[in-house]
Ligand binder design. Structure first.
Ligand code: PGA
Length: 246
């Protein structure tokens, strides 16, 4: 049997509720569920109701792109995990490089969020990856070891196993210049060893599209893709899976 492919779309700060509804009207017409495919979509908070409706109809996983670790209180501008659970959210992207680098989220905060999402019975999609400067300075593995170890510290093995990992080299995100399949495989293989569980799900993210999907997704340690730009249209999103299969 072929491996199961995770095709997760990170919409970032795109897609209003109306656009989300339109996306799923079109998606429903072209999406063919397959036993070796899990599709997931992650929208902005304000589109989550529309996302929930569309995703449930199509039988795809849906989630948020962030959450705060406290349940409620004086945290202006934040959204809590119980608030997301109420809408039926099961997955939350955490530690995305845009959260780390634009909004200054430190490793310790990401670790608290990972723990809180797990405690709520939900699945964190934990992103990690190096900047170009870190790669060129020979620090790729040092940086990722720090990011991963800090997020996993104190977790039970069954919690570590529940997390979905997403290796996203910062220099490949939104640049059109994906990592080569060898570069992505090298890091995913290394990550699997560091995490210490051979069965964890590890996605690659960074300019994944139909034209590079086959070589990336065919790599042994890559279980799927976290897709930004190409996930905004049903056609370019689903093309990633069909390209891999054909
Ligand atoms: P991209 O984004 O596919 O547009 O490069 C990926 C991501 O940031 O998750």
């Amino acid at each position: 049997m072929s491996k199961k492919i995770y095709l997760y779309g990170n919409w970032k700060m795109n897609m209003t509720a109306a656009e989300t509804k339109k996306f799923f009207d079109e998606f429903a017409g072209v999406y063919k569920p397959a036993s070796d495919l899990e599709v997931g979509v992650f929208s902005p908070f304000t589109s989550l109701w529309a996302l929930a409706e569309g995703a449930k109809k199509c039988g795809v996983v849906f989630g948020a792109q962030n959450a705060y670790y406290e349940a409620k209180g004086a945290f202006t501008g934040e959204v809590s995990i119980p608030m997301l659970a109420e809408i039926g959210v099961t997955h939350v992207i955490l530690g995305h490089s845009e959260r780390r680098h634009i909004f200054g989220e430190p490793d310790e905060m990401i670790a608290k969020k990972v723990k809180a999402v797990l405690d709520a019975g939900m699945i964190p999609v934990l992103c990690y990856g190096e900047t170009l400067e870190e790669r060129e300075g020979g620090n790729t593995f040092k940086v990722m070891e720090r990011q991963l170890k800090s997020a996993l510290e104190g977790l039970k093995p069954e919690e570590v196993a529940k997390i979905i990992y997403a290796y996203e080299p910062v220099w490949a995100i939104g640049t059109g210049k994906s990592a080569t399949s060898e570069q992505a495989q090298e890091v995913c293989e290394w990550s699997r060893k560091l995490i210490g569980d051979p069965k964890v799900v590890i996605l690659y993210g960074g300019s994944v599209k139909g034209s590079n999907a086959k070589e990336l997704l065919s790599m042994k340690d890559i279980d799927g893709a976290l897709v930004g730009g190409a996930s905004l249209k049903p056609g370019s999103f689903l093309e990633i899976y069909t390209a891999y299969k054909n």
